[in-house]
Design a protein around this ligand. Structure first.
Ligand SMILES: *Cc1c(COP(=O)(O)O)cnc(C)c1O
Length: 490
C-alpha cells in the first residue's frame, strides 16, 4: 500500500515514510492510495481475538511495510494494560470507553503505539538522526504523547499547550512529566495559536536545515500523523464485534457512531472504518459551542472566522479541524485540486464553501450537532440520575447530540458513543453538573468527586498531587521557534 498527499504531491510514500514525516512535502495529509476492505467474515473472526490481536489485524492491512508479527508485538506492548470495553447502556446507546489508558483519554490508543511505529519506521527508512516530536495540544494529546515518548531512545518531544486553556489536572499531567527527553511550554494564546505555531515551525525551511545539521529531524505526534489515525480505526471494528457478540445487533447490521469532535481525527477514523467495510448508517459529529463543524455539516460552509469559546470540554475547543482535509479529499473523489482550493480559501479568508457533490455526500453520512456548557452539565446530571453512569464533559456533548438526533429523526439504529475521557479528568465541571459544591483546590475537587459518586479517581490522576511541576515557562506564539532552538542546542 502506498500513501499519497491530499494536495496531490507527485510521489507516493510507504507507511513508514508517512509516519516518519507526519505531513506530506506539499503540506497535505497522507492517505492510503486505496483503502483495504474487511469482509463480514473477517470482522466476525476478530470477535474471538484479544484487543491487541484485533488492532494488529486491522493495522496490518494499512501498514503493509510492517509485518503482522511486528505489529502484534507492538500492540501487545502498547495495550498490555488497557483495552476498549463497550458498555451497553440503553436500548440504543452503547458507550465505547476509550479512557482506560495511562493518561485517561482516548489518545492513548494512538500515542502508546506511535513510538513503536515510529522507531520501527526509522529502522525501515535507515534514518539515523534524532526525531524531534513537536506537538500542539488542546489538553489531552500533549500528555498522551509525553507519556508515550518519554525516554524512548532516538527521540525528543516538545509539547505546547494553550495557557489557561486546559483543566488544571490536564496541565499538571503535562508539567509534571518525567523523562530526560521532554519539554513542555504554555503558549500565550489559544489552541489554534499553538497549532498554527507548530505548523510554522514545521514549514520553516531555515530552521529545518539548521537542525538537520545538528542531527535533528522534526516529526509530528498530532492527529494529522497517519500513525495517530490508523490505530483509532481498530477500536471501531472492536466495538462493532463486541456489540454483535452481545446480541444487540447481528453481524452485518448497521450502527451509528457518535463522536465528540475537535480536530476531526477520531470521527475520521470511524469514517475510514466504514469505507473499509464496517456497516455504519450515520456519523454523529458532536461539537461544543465552537460549533464550526455543526455549521459545515448543516450549511456546507466552513467558517473559522468567529469568536473562540473556552468551554467545559476543552479538548474540543478548536476552530480549525485539521483532519477534515482528509474527508474533503475522499468526498471530492480524490481530486487534490479541489482540496487545494478549499485550503487556500481557508488560509486567505478563514472560510470555504463545499461543492454541491461533496456537500450532499457529507450531509448524507454525517449529522452535525452541538451542545453548550449548560446542556452538557444537564446531560451529565440526567444520565447519572437515570443510569448511574458518569460521563465526562466531552462524552456528555456526544450524548446530548445523540438525543437531539434521535428526537429529530426518530432513528433507532443502535449507536456507539465514543467516551473520550475519564470524568475524573474534569472534576470541577462534573461536580458542578451534579449540583455538588466545587472546592477551590484542584485535588480537593478530585476527592470531592470521589465522595460525591462513591468511586475512586484513577491512580494516574490522584498521584499527581505528590508530583512537582517541572515545566513552568510560557512563550508567546512568536517566540516558539527560539524556545525550541534553545532547548535542542543548549
Ligand atoms: C482530543 C479529544 C477530543 C477530540 O478528538 P478529535 O480527534 O480531535 O476530534 C474529544 N474528547 C477528548 C477527551 C479529547 O481528548
Amino acid at each position: 500500500m502506498q500513501y499519497i498527499s491530499t494536495r496531490g504531491f507527485d510521489a507516493a510514500f510507504t507507511a513508514a515514510q508517512a509516519i516518519q514525516q507526519g505531513l506530506a512535502p506539499d503540506g497535505g495529509l497522507f492517505l492510503p492510495d486505496q483503502l483495504p476492505f474487511f469482509t463480514m467474515e473477517e470482522i466476525r473472526f476478530l470477535s474471538d481475538l484479544s484487543y491487541a490481536e484485533r488492532a494488529a489485524f486491522v493495522l496490518s492491512r494499512f501498514l503493509t511495510d510492517y509485518s503482522y508479527d511486528e505489529l502484534l508485538s507492538y500492540t501487545r506492548q502498547a495495550y498490555a494494560s488497557f483495552d476498549a470495553p463497550l458498555k451497553v447502556l440503553t436500548n440504543t446507546v452503547s458507550v465505547l470507553e476509550l479512557y482506560h489508558g495511562p493518561t485517561c483519554a482516548f489518545k492513548d490508543f494512538a500515542l502508546q503505539l506511535l513510538p513503536y511505529l515510529l522507531t520501527g519506521a526509522l529502522k525501515k527508512t535507515g534514518e539515523e538522526r534524532t526525531i524531534v516530536i513537536l506537538t500542539a495540544t488542546s489538553g489531552d494529546t500533549g500528555k498522551a504523547a509525553l507519556e508515550g515518548f518519554a525516554d524512548v531512545p532516538g527521540t525528543r518531544i516538545a509539547v505546547f499547550f494553550p495557557q489557561g486553556g486546559t483543566s488544571a489536572i490536564q496541565r499538571m499531567q503535562m508539567t509534571t512529566q518525567a523523562g530526560e527527553n521532554v519539554v513542555v511550554f504554555a503558549v500565550e494564546g489559544n489552541f489554534d495559536d499553538a497549532q498554527t505555531g507548530v505548523k510554522r515551525l514545521f514549514s520553516d525551511p531555515a530552521l529545518r536545515e539548521e537542525l538537520a545539521q545538528k542531527g535533528f529531524l522534526f516529526s509530528s505526534a498530532n492527529s494529522i500523523n497517519w500513525g495517530r489515525l490508523a490505530p483509532q480505526i481498530a477500536y471501531y471494528f472492536s466495538a462493532y464485534c463486541d456489540l454483535a457478540s452481545s446480541g444487540r445487533i447481528a453481524f452485518g447490521d448497521a450502527v451509528n457512531i457518535d463522536v465528540p469532535t475537535g480536530n476531526f481525527g477520531n470521527i475520521l477514523a470511524a469514517y475510514l472504518a466504514s469505507c473499509c467495510g464496517l456497516p455504519v448508517h450515520r456519523f454523529l459529529c458532536a461539537s461544543n459551542s465552537n460549533q464550526v463543524l455543526t455549521d459545515l455539516i448543516r450549511t456546507g460552509t466552513y467558517d473559522a472566522a468567529r469568536p473562540f469559546y473556552t468551554t467545559a470540554s476543552p479538548s474540543m475547543d478548536i476552530l480549525i479541524s485539521s483532519n477534515l482535509e482528509r474527508l474533503l479529499y475522499l468526498l471530492s473523489d480524490r481530486d487534490p485540486s479541489i482540496v487545494r482550493g478549499y485550503m487556500d480559501s481557508l488560509a486567505e479568508t478563514g472560510k470555504y464553501t463545499l461543492e454541491s457533490g461533496a456537500f450532499s455526500a457529507l450531509s448524507e453520512r454525517f449529522y452535525g450537532g452541538c451542545a453548550d456548557d449548560a446542556m452538557t452539565f444537564e446531560t451529565i446530571r440526567k444520565v447519572y440520575e437515570d443510569s448511574g453512569y458518569l460521563l465526562d464533559t466531552h462524552t456528555a456533548v456526544g450524548w446530548n447530540v445523540y438525543e437531539q438526533y434521535a428526537s429529530e429523526t426518530g432513528d433507532t439504529t443502535p449507536t456507539i458513543l465514543a467516551a473520550t475521557a475519564d470524568p475524573f479528568k474534569f472534576p470541577a465541571s462534573v461536580l458542578k453538573a451534579l449540583g455538588a459544591a466545587v472546592p477551590e483546590d484542584d485535588f480537593a475537587q478530585l476527592h470531592a468527586l470521589e465522595t460525591c459518586t462513591g468511586r475512586k479517581a484513577p491512580a494516574a490522576l490522584a498521584s499527581l498531587e505528590e508530583k512537582e511541576e517541572r515545566f513552568q515557562s510560557s512563550v508567546a506564539p512568536a517566540a516558539m521557534k527560539a524556545a525550541i532552538t534553545h532547548w535542542l542546542t543548549e
